[in-house]
Design a binder for this molecule. Structure first.
Ligand code: ZN
Length: 253
């Protein structure tokens, strides 16, 4: 289906079949990223009386029970309910429709080379995404949604163990800046916008959720998608939780 839309005073046609999936596929085969020692998502068939929910074991249909650590094993979107007792669900704040979005690629720099701030001391191997890097790339072109792809963009992001391979994170300045620029939905191909061992403070999450609505983490952004403006739809199940597995679909303009 082709839809026409106005964007920055220009008219665009979007083929709704042309969306690029920015999520990491979960095939329940153990081949997924892992963070904080999480067990990989698993499934087992329902058993009820004589019935087994697995056609390969003689059942009449497949009925599987899934167990998923949403935050630590794959693409997910979260809201302020992740860090407080507000009881706000991801479904309360994640838009059903399209989000005006910009996608940028950023090469994180050694934290010790940056003068920007963070609430936990920088380690000698830490890499950060700074306000400077974001500002340079976007040059004032901010949208409601911001997708950050980090370099190197190797395929191993789909199954990296982040406990053994600590990921870059954002500085406070970077978070404050994108909020000032009006970003409401932040999406990253990192396991967190915070340093993994920040003492459980989640400082950047607290900063972002003062004004921002959703953070999506552990994306994989294929090389085939170019940097630039687009429309984004964050697909989530209708679950009453702080976070849900998600499937961000990006339509380049
Ligand atoms: Zn999370």
């Amino acid at each position: 289906m082709i839809v026409k839309t106005q964007h920055n005073g220009r008219e665009y046609s979007i083929d709704l079949d042309s969306g690029i999936d920015l999520s990491i596929p979960n095939r329940f085969n153990g081949n997924l990223p892992v963070f904080y020692g999480a067990s990989s998502p698993s499934i087992k068939p329902v058993e009820f009386g004589e019935f087994i929910g697995d056609v390969n074991q003689g059942g009449s249909c497949n009925v599987k029970i899934a167990s998923v650590n949403i935050h630590c094993t794959g693409t997910h979107s979260e809201c302020i309910g992740h860090i407080n007792d507000s009881g706000i669900f991801i479904t309360d704040v994640c838009p059903k429709g399209f989000i005006d979005t910009c996608l940028v690629t950023i090469k994180p720099i050694p934290a010790i080379d940056s003068t920007e701030k963070y609430h936990s001391p920088f380690g000698s191997h830490d890499l950060v995404i700074t306000q400077d890097l974001i500002s340079e790339k976007l040059n004032g072109n901010f949208k409601e949604g911001l997708v950050i792809r980090t370099i190197p963009n190797s395929e191993n992001k789909k199954f990296l163990n982040y406990d053994k391979n600590p990921a870059p994170f954002l500085t406070h300045d970077a978070v404050d800046f994108i909020l000032e620029m009006g970003v409401q939905h932040l999406l990253v191909d990192l396991p967190s916008i915070d340093k993994a061992d920040d003492g459980g403070q989640l400082g950047n999450h607290h900063r972002f959720f003062k004004k921002g609505k959703t953070i999506s983490e552990l994306l994989y952004i294929p090389e085939s998608v170019k940097d630039g403006d687009g429309l984004l739809q964050i697909q989530i199940p209708n679950w009453g939780l702080d976070a849900a597995p998600s499937r961000p679909i990006f339509y380049s303009l």
